[in-house]
Design a protein around this ligand. Structure first.
Ligand code: TXA
Ligand code: MG
Length: 338
C-alpha cells in the first residue's frame, strides 16, 4: 500500500492547482485529472493532455453542498435531497449553470467558464467520497474540474500507476491514494429539465435514485434512439469508451470461438477451452465493479490477442457494469464525436 499523501504534499498539490497546473487525485470511483474549475486556461490543459474533444464537458468536484450551490443558477429540492443522502459519493448532478451572458441572479457566485461545460447551459457537480480528494479541494479553495485521468476513450484509472502509465509526465503531480473502492465512474443524473434523466449508470444504482425521486427517465426515453450528438445531452456517452487496447469480446455460457491467445474473465461460466488463462471475477456486482478496470488494465498489459468477458447477469444491480462492458466491447466508432 502506498503511504497516503502528507498534509505538506496536499498543500503542494493545492498550490499547483492555484498555479493553473494539473493534479491527478484519487476518488472513490476512479482517479481524476484535476484543474481549477474557475480557470479556463488550466481546464484547456486537461483537454489537451487527455486528447479529449472540446465537445465533452467535465464534472466539477466540490467539497460541500454550499460550494455546489454557489456554482449553479438553481438548486432544486431534488438536488438538496439527493446531495444530503448520497454526497459525498458517486453521484453527479447536472444542473443549470450560472451564465456570463445573463444578468447575475440573487444566488450568483463564481462563474464556471464555458470550456468546462463544453458550452452547455448546465454543469455536472459531484462531491467525491475520498479524504484525499476533499482535502485537495479544501486546500486549493476552488472547485476542481476533473475527468477520469486517462486518455480519451481509454480505460479509466483505478490506481495511481494507471495514471502514470497513461499520462506520464504530462501531469504535474499524482496523489497516490491506493486502489479506488467503487472502481467505476459516478452515476450522472440530469436535474436540469422537467424530469430527472439518468445519463450514465454508475456507482449509485437507478433503484436507489428511484426510491428517493420516483420515476427517472433514461436517455432513450428522453431523446429516442438518435441521441442528438451535436446537442450533447450527455456527451460522455460515446459508444466506444472505457476501452482497453486489446479487443474485448463479450461471451455467454463460456462459449469461446476465438483463435489465438486470450484471457478469460470468468463470472459464472467456465470457458469451453482449457488452454485459456482464466481469471475468476468477484460474484457480487459491487465487488465486480470494484475489480473490473484493474483486471482489464492487467489483461491489457499481458500482450494477448483478445480479452473475453463472461457477461454477468442482466439484473438491475449490474446496470453500470453492463454499460461499461458494452462500451468497452464496441469497436471502431472513434469518429462519432467529430
Ligand atoms: O466518477 C466520476 O465521475 C469520475 C471521477 C474522476 O469523478 N469522473 C468522470 O469524468 O468519469 P469523465 O469526464 O470521464 O466523465 C464525465 C461525464 C461526461 O462524459 C458526461 O457524460 C457527463 O459526465 N457530464 C459532465 N457535464 C455534463 C453536462 N453539463 N451535461 C451532461 N453530461 C455531463
Ligand atoms: Mg472518462
Amino acid at each position: 500500500m502506498p503511504a497516503t499523501p502528507t498534509p505538506e504534499e496536499i498543500a503542494r498539490a493545492a498550490a499547483l492547482i492555484r498555479a493553473s497546473r494539473l493534479v491527478a487525485f484519487p476518488t472513490e470511483t476512479v482517479y481524476g485529472l484535476g484543474a481549477n474549475a474557475l480557470d479556463a486556461e488550466a481546464v484547456a490543459r486537461i483537454y489537451k493532455v487527455k486528447r479529449r474533444p472540446a465537445t465533452s464537458p467535465l464534472i466539477v468536484h466540490v467539497a460541500s453542498i454550499e460550494m455546489a450551490k454557489s456554482l449553479v443558477a438553481e438548486w432544486p429540492e431534488a438536488a438538496e435531497r439527493l446531495a444530503r443522502i448520497f454526497w459525498p459519493g458517486p453521484l453527479t448532478l447536472i444542473l443549470p449553470t450560472l451564465r456570463a451572458d445573463l444578468p447575475p441572479g440573487p444566488a450568483s457566485g463564481p462563474m464556471i467558464p464555458a470550456i468546462v461545460t463544453a458550452g452547455l447551459a448546465t454543469v455536472g457537480l459531484r462531491m467525491p467520497a475520498h479524504p484525499i480528494a476533499l482535502a485537495l479541494i479544501r486546500a486549493a479553495g476552488v472547485p476542481l474540474a476533473a475527468p477520469s485521468a486517462n486518455r480519451f476513450t481509454e480505460l479509466s484509472p483505478t490506481m495511481a500507476e494507471h495514471v502514470r502509465r497513461s499520462l506520464g509526465n504530462e501531469v504535474d503531480c499524482v496523489l497516490d491514494g491506493g486502489p479506488c473502492q467503487v472502481g467505476i465512474e459516478s452515476t450522472v443524473l440530469s436535474l436540469a429539465g422537467p424530469q430527472p434523466i439518468l445519463l450514465r449508470p454508475g456507482g449509485i444504482s437507478r433503484r436507489e435514485l428511484v426510491s428517493i425521486l420516483g420515476p427517472i427517465a433514461s436517455l432513450q426515453d428522453a431523446f429516442g434512439h438518435e441521441v442528438p450528438l451535436g446537442a450533447h445531452p450527455s456527451p460522455g456517452m460515446h459508444a466506444r469508451h472505457y476501452s482497453p487496447r486489446t479487443p474485448l469480446l463479450l461471451v455467454s455460457n463460456g462459449e469461446l470461438a476465438e483463435k489465438g491467445k486470450g484471457i478469460y474473465l470468468q463470472h459464472a461460466f467456465p470457458p469451453n477451452r482449457s488452454d485459456i488463462k482464466t481469471i475468476q471475477m468477484p460474484i457480487a456486482a459491487a465487488d465486480y465493479a470494484s475489480a473490473l478496470y484493474e483486471r482489464l488494465h492487467e489483461a491489457d498489459e499481458a500482450n494477448v490477442d483478445w480479452i473475453a468477458v463472461d457477461v454477468p447477469p442482466t439484473k438491475p444491480e449490474w446496470e453500470a457494469v453492463q454499460d461499461r462492458l458494452r462500451r468497452a466491447a464496441t469497436r471502431a466508432k472513434r469518429t462519432r464525436t467529430k
